[in-house]
Design a protein around this ligand. Structure first.
Ligand SMILES: [Zn+2]
Ligand SMILES: [Zn+2]
Length: 429
């Protein structure tokens, strides 16, 4: 058999490529295994010192100190306490961003662990406990682990990796901007210009060792609404002399439930309208002047999201008119839909499957994530990392935001590997 020189050269190039690809993957896994203990220690340190949104001063310093040690270029502060680490690979290529959120919640920890949080602070004028009840401590520790892993293989990386350490995912304090929206506004994705973004969230819904994701709409858009029903105050015994806003408000509450259940195509996507508070009246025998209601809207389809907004207005106003009252409706947009770019998700699925046998494509949830603001600018994938102890069922394990939220730290290594490989595989494609 005679092979042309060109064929031989092509074969050699292919072999070298395969060889160096395997080597890079192996180097990443080896480096990840080596940082595992450090990642766990770092997570415990942050867990014991939780900070609320836009106040992540200590966490931010911990991040900048570590990135500086690793020789990673930085942009800080951004969006209050945020940090963008910039790791330039040894070869030219695209730019990929990896995100970790840094804030804790006003929750008093009840988990019995030696590094439980005892922190307390003032929140909305109230004295509260502070806890990493959403697992953002793990996200920061994982991403610092990834930064270390990738800096050890930077010579082989074809492109640039950005590490987005983001404040205030759970929302900024009243009157302040914050979170992913502010990171984007202050140019976190612009310089260098990011081509794709990835993020993960630890969860007790899935066991340790599992990665779960959903292409398309994965988490809901969240908007809040406020409805003020204006009636006319009168004696409780003579309602015909006034306009009863409590009865009108009650009709509105029930009618709002027919928007998701009767007016929208439920086969397309689920949605939720919840009235979370009603205030009106001061005394049993006085019909008040006014009732105020506040609530939340969750949707997984942007067209439906707008339909819900206009239908809430129509329902409240028309019911109020029918009772001789008026209704002012205001809707405050919150986070957009966390939308995993279907093509990018499909492209990255083999990476997930290579790392673990437990990869699941799951249903959407009606919780929300401000990671969605990055996905509005560039294609992105947000995935779940299981951290539920193996001896507990999903029903038994405390959910995120619970004072009993618990992370099985043996799941963190998979997070480091997943983020590292996802970034490098994206750049190699
Ligand atoms: Zn949360
Ligand atoms: Zn969270």
């Amino acid at each position: 058999m005679k092979l042309s020189l060109l064929t031989l050269l092509a074969m050699e190039a292919l072999m070298t490529a395969t060889l160096s690809a395997t080597t890079l993957d192996e180097r990443i896994d080896r480096a990840a295994a080596q940082v595992e203990t450090k990642v766990i220690a770092c997570r415990r340190d942050i867990h014991q010192n939780p900070e609320l949104g836009n106040r992540e001063f200590r966490t931010s310093k911990l991040v900048t100190d570590r990135l500086r040690e690793l020789g990673i270029e930085m942009r800080t502060p951004i969006a209050h306490t945020g940090v963008v680490g910039i790791l330039k690979g040894g070869k030219p290529g695209r730019v990929v961003a990896l995100r970790a959120d840094m804030d804790a919640l006003p929750v008093t920890e009840q988990v019995d662990i030696p590094f439980a949080s005892k922190a307390r602070t003032k929140y909305n004028g109230q004295e509260v406990g502070v806890m990493h009840a959403c697992g953002h401590d793990a996200h920061v520790a994982i991403l610092l682990g990834v930064a270390e892993v990738l800096s050890t293989v930077r010579d082989q990386i074809p492109g640039t990796i950005l590490f987005l350490f983001q404040p205030a995912e759970e929302g900024a304090p009243a009157g302040e901007e914050g979170g992913a929206a502010l990171m984007v506004k202050e140019g976190a994705l612009d310089n260098p210009k990011v081509d794709a973004v990835f993020g993960l969230h630890v969860t007790s819904r899935y066991p340790v060792g599992e990665i779960a994701y959903k292409p398309g709409a994965e988490m809901a858009a969240v908007d809040s609404f406020r409805i003020k029903v204006h009636g006319k105050q009168t004696h409780g015994a003579y309602p015909w002399l006034g306009v009863d806003p409590i009865v009108v408000a009650s009709q509105i509450v029930l009618a709002l439930q027919t928007i998701p259940s009767r007016q929208l195509d439920v086969s397309l996507a689920p949605s939720i309208v919840t009235v979370g508070a009603i205030h009106g009246g001061v005394r049993n025998n006085i019909i008040p002047d006014e009732v105020e209601m506040i609530g939340t809207i969750r949707s997984l389809d942007s067209k439906m999201r707008h339909q819900i907004h206009s239908r809430i207005k129509r329902t409240a106003q028309d019911i109020a008119t029918s009772g001789g009252a008026t209704a002012d409706v205001s809707i405050e947009p919150g986070y957009p839909i966390t939308y995993n770019d279907p093509k990018l998700t499909e492209q990255m699925a083999p990476t997930f499957r290579r790392l673990t046998n437990n990869v699941e494509v799951v249903n959407a949830v009606l919780g929300a994530e401000d990671f969605s603001f990055y996905q509005q600018k560039v294609p992105g994938v947000f995935f779940w990392l299981g951290t539920r102890p193996k001896n507990k069922t999903a029903e038994e394990a405390a959910s995120n935001h619970s004072p009993l939220f618990y992370i099985d730290e043996s799941g963190l290594l998979l997070g480091v590997r997943a983020m590292s490989h996802v970034a490098v595989d994206y750049l190699k494609k």
